[in-house]
Design a protein around this ligand. Structure first.
Ligand code: IP8
Length: 244
């Protein structure tokens, strides 16, 4: 079924070059955004966009954790600055393609975790026809805490009751140990998967799968960035996460 409402998470590995600090993968970012614009124009679906940290947030946190155990207020500020820089690129790409985007940095709406955020500004923009963008971020609550974009995506999908939750990544979906695509994944399934971890401070693919199981969306998928339009259009692409 075509998505009438969707939360789309653009993974940091898709929109940045994870091997190079603070580097945007403009080709991949623009291509992802163009697919979202195309679908939005055709369908008028309600869409919330969330993005990850990639070589911005994850690199910054990794660097800080090498020298200290807790993230202090100044370090929080550094992480926020790096994520805002990436968010502005996502916003620019969206606006250039014609998307009426609005930016909601998580540190301006969240206190300490995704259950403690004021999602009203996002919902309000969504109901008024905009495409709100939020992203994984750092908040300061006595100490610096990382808010993951995956958690935000699941939480928002449940709050707005989106029928689709799409995690777009730089691989075609979840791959088994032989590198073959797993088409469907259930909570009780025992599988060995490939886990790549290039400075991912929020836990990599296994964590992503476990988080995705908490969404109540009917159509939860982990797909290649090249398949965002097809996933929104209801095609059976990538890995379908069966959370029931
Ligand atoms: O890439 C993490 O967001 P994620 C954001 O969605 C930071 O896990 C600041 C590392």
């Amino acid at each position: 079924m075509k998505c009438k409402s969707a939360v789309i998470k653009l993974g940091g590995s898709l929109i940045t070059d994870k091997s190079s600090p603070r580097t945007i993968n403009w080709d991949s970012l623009n291509d992802s955004i163009l697919q979202i614009y195309k679908y939005y124009k055709e369908s008028n679906a309600k869409i919330v966009l969330v993005h990850g940290g990639g070589s911005f947030g994850h690199y910054e946190v990794d660097k800080i954790r090498k020298t200290r155990n807790v993230i202090d207020s100044f370090s929080t500020s550094l992480i926020q600055e790096s994520m805002l820089t990436l968010a502005l690129a996502v916003l620019k790409s969206s606006i250039n393609s014609g998307i009426p985007a609005s930016l909601h940095p998580a540190h301006t709406i969240c206190k300490s975790n995704v259950k403690d955020c004021n999602y009203y500004p996002i919902i309000n923009d969504l109901n008024n026809g905009l495409i709100p963008i939020t992203y994984g971020d750092a908040v300061f609550d006595g100490e610096g805490k990382i808010i993951s974009g995956d958690d935000l995506s699941v939480q928002i999908s449940n709050i707005i009751n989106s029928d689709c939750l799409i995690f777009a990544t730089d691989v075609e979906g979840i791959l088994d140990e032989k590198g073959n695509l797993i088409r469907e994944l259930r909570r009780d399934q025992n599988i060995n998967i490939i886990n790549r971890n290039v400075f991912d401070v929020t836990g990599g693919i296994i964590n992503k799968i476990n988080k995705a199981f908490n969404s109540k969306s009917n159509n939860i998928r982990i797909v290649s960035g090249k398949e965002i339009y097809n996933a929104l259009n209801g095609e059976d692409v990538g890995t379908k996460i069966i959370s029931l």
